[in-house]
Design a protein around this ligand. Structure first.
Ligand SMILES: [Cu+2]
Length: 153
């Protein structure tokens, strides 16, 4: 409960969605095949990711420049930080809860996405990347595959 209180103190309690951390990989929104960036049926851009000791899945995220992007994320184990360099993305991933954050990336390029909440012995090595690409390039990639990421690049 202390962690929950800290969580509320550091981000606005827009709404609360819960998720079972022990079944994340088995069923529901956060199964691996559903992670990464997708254009939803309503046209919204949604990034789904998981933090776990000591990595993010996916490790590399692709987002469009100049479009509203909503992150939906959670943790599979302990509390992790989630921050994207040169942006206003700065929140926490808390086991049992879905963190949502909406932002618009205004400049192309690669940004670092480190965990900024000490989460154990491997914390220092826990970081990912965010690639902001041109809107048209993003939409073409999203049309070609249901989930977009840059893990293999
Ligand atoms: Cu962490």
């Amino acid at each position: 409960m202390i962690f929950t209180a800290l969580h509320w103190a550091t981000m606005p309690p827009s709404r609360v969605e819960t998720v079972n951390p022990s079944t994340l990989h088995i069923a529901g929104e956060f199964v691996e095949s559903n992670l990464g960036t997708a254009v939803e049926k309503d046209g919204g851009v949604v990034v789904r990711l998981i933090g776990q000791q000591y990595s993010f899945t996916p490790q590399c995220i692709v987002v469009p420049e100049g479009m509203s992007v909503t992150f939906r994320a959670t943790s599979a184990d302990v509390i992790h930080g989630f921050i994207v360099g040169k942006s206003n993305v700065n929140t926490m991933l808390v086991p049992g809860f879905v963190t949502t954050f909406t932002t618009t990336f205004t400049e192309k390029g690669e940004k670092l996405m480190p965990c900024h909440e000490f989460c154990g012995a491997g914390h220092e090595g826990m970081w990912g990347r965010v690639q902001v690409v041109e809107r048209n390039e993003f939409l073409a990639r999203a049309a070609a595959s249901e989930r977009v990421s840059c893990v293999a690049q």
